[in-house]
Design a binder for this molecule. Structure first.
Ligand code: FEO
Length: 392
């Protein structure tokens, strides 16, 4: 794949991965992207996941047509991009590995010592001239690890963006960018919104025509859309007006209440209602939906004097990612001592700018007329108040 006359794609598609990074379902696989810049000096940009070294090295050899690379630029030491540094150096021992000080520290940690005789340690904003192309390295700490840096080629106006602007899914599968990029963002980078904002400010000063991320498609058109999405996500603003209802139900009664609320909201013209069973649906998808919409309803049974485990996991996933600027309502169920609402609300104690609905629903075992009336009131409150101005 040709990115520009001088920049070629040499990455791989992974359809064997069961869980990406040990936890994320990737039904359409994963791409580990890598690029070659052909110039007076030749640079290879990052490596790929461990099991794909031979395929990646063959891709590089095909592009090089007998030439030797001068540099291997490492922008991120997470093993999905760094696992093949050693195998690269076995084939190209004279190449210089380019990274920052943190990258080289991690390289020693992962590989058990200094693995390269030739290394070039760069600092923030330092440049490396390849001939016609000059790479500028811009440190992007915590997008997604502390050592991360992105590279900008001003000649072809290409930003090598590391994990930023990546998505789940292999490149040989056609799918919508927003959905799987959002799930990827909030799953993997979502905690570090402020650091993403910092990077976006740097990117705004550059003339970028093409974004080459380490995962997902190369972005060449409508870059304002992708940058806009990243700006919304990293500033914790809701993307859409709507209500996401997440429920945890043991015997179906809490589920019934959640579905009843969804039906009432839809009947009364709520722009979007999404509903998920936390025990059965993909947790990363649920996290993504909680960040997507401006209102959230949590419905849980009381369990072991606490809340259902999947609800606890879900709320932890939100708060550790800095969930904020939203309105939250509650449905609780308890046959003898309902206390789920108090526990769920308490879990957001340290969260910024969360408004809780005044109305809440308490079910004792099963939905009765009194509970339905409370669901009605909660629906009305949710319809009449949005937490923050959504993007659309
Ligand atoms: Fe794709 Fe943070 O590694």
């Amino acid at each position: 794949m040709t990115i520009t006359n001088d920049i070629k794609y040499v990455g791989v598609n992974d359809h064997d991965v069961d869980l990406f990074e040990g936890q994320y379902d990737v039904p359409n696989g994963m791409a580990y992207n890598s690029y070659v810049i052909l110039d007076d000096k030749i640079a290879v940009m990052d490596t790929v996941e461990e099991g794909f070294g031979d395929e990646w090295l063959a891709n590089i050899a095909a592009v090089l047509e007998g030439k030797k690379p001068d540099y291997l630029v490492i922008s991120h030491m997470e093993p999905d991009h760094s696992a093949n540094i050693k195998s690269f150096l076995e084939v190209y021992p004279d190449a210089t590995v380019v990274g920052n000080a943190k990258i080289f520290t991690m390289m020693s940690q992962f590989f058990g010592g200094d693995i390269t005789a030739n290394k070039l340690t760069v600092s923030d904003k330092e440049t490396l001239c390849l001939g016609k192309h000059t790479l500028q390295f811009i440190f992007a700490a915590m997008v997604h690890w502390p050592e991360v840096m992105v590279s900008y080629d001003s000649t072809d106006k290409v930003l090598f963006s590391a994990d930023a602007f990546g998505k789940f899914g292999a490149l040989d599968v056609e799918e919508d960018w927003d959905c799987e990029a959002r799930r990827y963002y909030f799953g993997i980078v979502g905690k570090y919104g402020m650091m993403v904002q910092k990077l976006l400010k740097e990117v705004a000063t550059l003339d970028v025509a093409t974004v080459c991320p380490l995962h997902g498609p190369i972005l060449t058109e409508n870059l304002g859309h992708y940058i806009g999405r990243y700006d919304t996500w990293s500033s914790y603003r809701p993307e859409n007006e709507g209500v996401f209802i997440a429920y945890a139900s043991a015997h179906g009664n809490t589920k019934k209440a959640a579905q009843m609320l969804a039906a009432k909201l839809e009947a009364q013209g709520c722009p979007k209602v999404a509903i998920s069973d936390l025990a059965r649906e993909d947790m990363a998808e649920c996290v993504e939906d909680a960040f997507r919409y401006d209102r959230l309803v949590l419905a849980s049974i009381t369990y072991n004097a606490g809340i259902f485990p999947c609800m606890k996991t879900f709320i932890d996933a939100l708060t550790e990612r800095g969930y904020q600027n939203r309105k939250i309502g509650f449905i609780e169920n308890g046959s003898w001592a309902p206390m789920a609402k108090k526990i769920m609300q308490g879990m957001f104690e340290k969260s910024k700018n969360i408004t809780f609905c005044e109305e809440s629903v308490t079910i004792q075992s099963a939905v009765n007329a009194e509970a339905e009336a409370a669901i009605d009131r909660l629906a009305k409150e949710l319809l009449n108040t949005a937490a923050a101005q959504p993007e659309e």
